[in-house]
Design a protein. Structure first.
Length: 723
């Protein structure tokens, strides 16, 4: 019996020896219990959250065997310090005091704390908390902040062990406000909790994974840091963050509209204008449809409020001018609200807070504003970036170079024509994501709020409908969906993956040939139609120039000198924007002019002035003796001109007519300034989407070269036939 007992004991001995070793390999990690989105119990009764997912991924990569517990933040911290748990992962802010007892990993999340209230009890300043009760969780950075500022602002602090107790107290009115991590509050808002953030947060540092200082588990920190770096490099970290922390853009807005009301439209259709290439606010996708934040917002608001819209995308400057001249009713074009613009426009509530930022070429040694001394910095005309640069040019010693469009601006930086650019941060990041080799080494600057606008004093119901609709789509989550689609990193990547590849000339042509053909059709049609009227105008004033009547000669000279003395772009702008504005100032009636019509008139007048000189020169090239001989024979002036002089002059003028048509065809590119989408503008729109400027301009150059070469050869053949 004793022998059997010894044999049994010998058999069990290995189990006793190895059992403690197995337990030693299991890492006990303590978490908070109710700290969504970092850790929370889901409807399936399983703990989930950002902290949980990060630890699961780190454990997988590091070969850890993990045992998790969720006792709450304060209890979790005490468990680690007392040795009951090996590590702490509970949204723990890295502070100097905590570093005395804990060893921290690299930061895995940058955080800020913020005050929140119920939606109807807004607090926008700490002074408004005087005499009120503010809830906060024990042992948090928020508690430290509140304790430090309690006497300054005169509030009373109420502490809680868990977040659910704190937020329940706020909902019941036991306390007036809470202070917590902004990500936590935003997550709660996204889950339809009655919370509101109406004041800036306080940056307090970063969260870190930690173990007891001096314990045998400090090697876990090395494992965590290595795995975290790998996760950030391969995109796993971004996926986890996106899973729980989709940005709550709506909470950042100050809204005056009533989400439950609808204003009454006063027009059957409202004409809305926008920029043409200002991604991600507006740009053309691979199907040549305008998409972007502005496009989706105005469409969602119009649908929610029940009014009809007609959208066009003439470009930023053209859009502003169209509203000012009453050719359009409203503009949504990533337009910053400024005091200067308020003199001309009535603005809606802001729908986005913009940052402007400096970008340089990759490898540039520019890393601060001081480094811009002696450099040239580009910006788009009429933007907040240009205003900031102009205000600070003397301070930092740089030169400001304005551009009409983003593609020219970005191409100039890429080619080295300028040293840096400043643009909206979202636009810069989109360009970099699309392949631009730029860097943004300097922190961005808040440039103001972006809003929808109408001409001052007009269409107040349109502003009210926009404000009401904006409040409604923020309330139902549509706003956040739209903003996240274009601004969140993962969403942009997915959009990029779905975009057609346009990295070669063939791919650009195959994806955009219809748009280019449409632009070419507009170009040729505009050139032909305007040249037809130019010939009529030119012949009329050319004949007047050689008339025996002095008054007619003077009128012809005035016409030619005035039209040729004014740049074509100014003529087009005056016809398209100036004349309707002038008419409205007298009649108080909107009289918009079609862009194609305005372009036709401008080109007809411009080419007509030059053709008038061709006609005058052609007639005067016919030997004067023929006129004298005909007149001496008693033939009338009119018959002499029609039967003798003009037939000879026409053969001399014909090649010059063809040359003038070629010039007119080239001049159609200038008409794009008023928003007419001809061939050149079509190319710029494509560049605004794919940023393949060199290839696109090469394609445009070849198209123009082919068309113009054919016309030039025709002119030469006619010229030979004339001799």
């Amino acid at each position: 019996m004793k022998k059997k007992f010894l044999i049994l004991l010998a058999g069990l001995f290995p189990l006793f020896c190895f059992y403690p070793q197995v337990k030693a390999d299991t890492i006990k990690i303590a978490f908070d219990s109710t700290y969504a989105p970092f850790e929370f119990k889901d409807s399936d009764q399983q703990y989930k959250g950002l902290d949980v997912d990060i630890i699961n991924e780190v454990a997988k990569r590091s070969g850890w065997d993990v045992e998790k517990s969720f006792p709450g933040f304060e209890a979790a911290l005490n468990e680690v310090l007392s040795g009951q748990s090996d590590a702490l992962m509970a949204g723990t802010t890295i502070t100097e005091d905590r570093k005395k007892v804990l060893t921290f990993s690299d930061p895995y999340f940058d955080t800020e704390i913020v005050v929140a209230t119920t939606a109807k009890n807004k607090v926008s300043d700490y002074n408004q908390l005087k005499g009120k009760k503010v809830g906060v969780k024990n042992s948090t950075a928020a508690q430290t902040f509140l304790e430090k500022n309690k006497d300054k602002y005169g509030y009373e602090i109420v502490t809680y062990d868990t977040g659910d107790q704190m937020y329940t107290s706020l909902a019941s009115g036991t306390i007036d406000a809470v202070m917590d991590d902004k990500a936590v509050i935003q997550y709660a808002i996204s889950k339809q909790q009655d919370l509101a953030i109406n004041m800036p947060g306080e940056a307090i540092g970063s969260f870190g994974f930690s173990v007891k200082k001096g314990s045998k588990y400090e090697s876990l920190i090395t494992d965590f840091n290595k795995a975290l770096a790998e996760m950030k490099a391969d995109g796993t970290y971004a996926t986890i963050i996106k899973r729980y922390l989709a940005s709550d853009y709506g909470s950042q807005l100050t809204l005056t509209g009533n989400a439950d009301q609808k204003a009454t439209p006063k027009k059957k259709v409202y004409k809305i204008v926008s920029d043409s290439s200002f991604a991600p606010f507006e740009y053309q996708d691979e199907d040549h449809q305008y998409v972007g934040i502005d496009m989706e917002l105005i469409q969602a608001i119009a649908k929610q409020q029940g009014f009809e819209i007609e959208i066009s995308n003439p470009g930023f400057d053209a859009a502003l001018n169209a509203v000012q001249s009453s050719q359009a009713d409203g503009v949504i074009a990533g337009m910053t609200i400024t005091d200067e613009r308020k003199n001309t426009f009535d603005f809606s509530d802001a729908y986005y807070t913009a940052n402007i930022r400096i970008a340089v070429r990759e490898g540039s040694d520019i890393s601060s504003y001081e480094d811009l001394k002696g450099k040239t910095v580009g910006a788009k005309n009429g933007t907040a970036s240009q205003s900031w640069l102009n205000e600070n040019a003397s301070k930092y010693g740089f030169t400001v170079q304005p551009y009409d469009d983003a593609s020219s601006l970005y191409d100039s930086l890429n080619s080295g024509s300028i040293d840096a650019i400043m643009d909206d941060e979202a636009v810069l990041l989109y360009a970099i994501q699309k392949g631009r080799k730029f860097a943004t080494p300097i922190e961005g600057i808040e440039s103001g709020k972006i809003g929808f606008a109408v001409r001052k004093g007009s269409d107040p119901e349109l502003i009210q409908m926009f404000n009401n609709g904006l409040a409604a789509i923020v309330k139902d989550g549509t706003y956040n969906t739209i903003m996240s689609k274009y601004l969140d990193q993962d969403s942009q990547s997915q959009t990029s993956e779905s975009t057609a590849d346009e990295t070669t000339v063939w791919e650009i042509l195959s994806n955009n040939y219809r748009q280019l053909l449409d632009g070419l059709w507009v170009t040729v049609s505009l050139a032909l139609l305007s040249f037809f009227f130019a010939i009529l105008i030119g012949i009329l004033f050319g004949m007047m120039a050689v008339s025996p009547n002095k008054l007619l000669r003077v009128l012809s000279a005035i016409f030619v000198d005035v039209v040729r003395g004014i740049p074509l772009m100014i003529v087009a702008a005056f016809i398209y924007w100036g004349i309707p504005n002038l008419i409205q100032s007298f009649t108080n009636q909107q009289t918009p002019i079609n862009a194609f019509l305005a372009g036709t008139i401008a080109l007809s007048l411009n080419s007509g002035a030059y053709i008038a000189e061709i006609v005058r020169g052609g007639i005067q090239a016919v030997p004067i003796g023929q006129m004298e001989a005909s007149r001496s024979l008693g033939i009338s002036y009119k018959k002499t001109m029609s039967k003798i002089i003009l037939p000879q002059a026409a053969r001399l003028m014909l090649p010059n007519f063809i040359n003038q048509f070629v010039i007119t065809l080239k001049d159609t590119t200038i008409i794009s300034a008023i928003g007419l989408v001809e061939l050149f503008y079509a190319g710029k729109i494509i560049i605004g989407r794919n940023y393949q400027s060199f290839r696109m301009y090469a394609i445009l150059a070849i198209i123009y070269l082919v068309v113009i070469t054919l016309l030039t050869r025709l002119a030469r053949r006619l010229d030979k036939g004339g001799h």
